[in-house]
Design a protein around this ligand. Structure first.
Ligand SMILES: Nc1ncnc2c1ncn2[C@@H]1O[C@H](COP(=O)(O)OP(=O)(O)O)[C@@H](O)[C@H]1O
Ligand SMILES: [Mg+2]
Length: 270
């Protein structure tokens, strides 16, 4: 196999174990308990969605899994090894992805490959094109970021995250800023990419229907302190349609459950 072919074979997905994780932040004189006693397992190739209102610690948990934040208590194990910092096997995609305006689309995806010494410039280009094709943007390889719609930018961001062939994809409200129609198309594409590439994915959202459309398992979180309230196995057949009545019904049930857990002052989901 050439380096490029080797590079394009999906990396084996990673197993995550989150054990007794706690994290507090000082905010002036107050202490915010962002996470308290979080225990969660994510199997190889599993798609887990974390759902909860703002402030329940979803982003903090994702950052700890990514190794961008250290927990005060507990640990995260990736294939049994404690996470001690960021690693190339775990990539984070944010709501607003910082694409470079001075690079074209292909250049932005190639940036994801900067740590691949085995690939020369031509090979990097080839790998980047492969991922651009995967997100349906091959025809826009030489477009500039400002020429793209919001949905296309998130596709480029997704291609850039996929390019280094990570074993875990951590997604923090990646679709929250997009309009419903664009979002729904991306759900279809992400489901397809996930099943073709068998990645472990942890996705944060406060949209229950999004979580039910994408996830194998839905983890409900509540704030102050950030805790896991419950976990639900989706069990719905794939591919899923966010507009299917049974999915909406299930989402309403889970939202009601989360509302009851939150009490009257909190907004459960959008
Ligand atoms: N770097 C930080 N400094 C101080 N407080 C923080 C910091 N990061 C998060 N927090 C606080 O921790 C809580 C959880 O935040 P976050 O993980 O961003 O929640 P979510 O993503 O669910 O909205 C919030 O109350 C937030 O204000
Ligand atoms: Mg957040």
């Amino acid at each position: 196999m050439t380096d490029v072919q080797q590079e394009l074979a999906p990396a084996p997905p990673l197993k995550l174990a989150i054990r007794g994780v706690g994290k507090s932040f000082a905010q002036g004189k107050a202490v915010v308990h962002a996470l308290d006693q979080i225990d969660l397992d994510v199997a190889e190739g599993e798609f887990v969605c974390l759902v909860g209102p703002s402030g329940c610690g979803k982003s903090t948990l994702l950052s700890i899994i990514a190794g961008l934040e250290t927990p005060d208590r507990g640990e995260v194990l990736a294939d049994g090894q404690p996470v001690r910092g960021p690693g190339r096997d775990r990539v984070v995609m944010f709501q607003e992805h910082a694409l470079f305006p001075w690079k074209d689309v292909l250049g932005n995806v190639e940036f994801g490959l900067r740590f691949k010494p085995n690939l020369d410039a031509k090979a990097r280009r080839e790998v980047a094109r492969f991922y651009l094709r995967m997100v349906g943007l091959e025809a826009f390889a030489h477009a500039w970021v400002h020429e793209l719609s919001g949905g296309m930018r998130q596709r480029v961001a997704l291609a850039r995250c996929l390019a280094p062939n990570p074993r875990v994809l951590l997604m923090d409200e990646p679709f929250a800023a997009l309009d419903a129609m664009t979002r729904e198309r991306l759900y279809g594409d992400l489901q397809q990419i996930w099943s073709a590439r068998r990645k472990t994915i942890v996705l944060v959202t406060h949209n229950m229907r999004e979580a039910l459309t994408l996830g194998d398992r839905i983890v409900l979180m509540t704030p102050r302190p950030g805790r896991i309230h419950a976990e639900h196995v989706s069990g719905l057949p794939r591919p899923r349609d966010i507009n299917a009545p049974h999915l909406a019904e299930r989402a309403a049930e889970l939202t009601a459950e989360l509302r009851r857990a939150l009490g009257p002052d909190e907004e459960a989901t959008r």
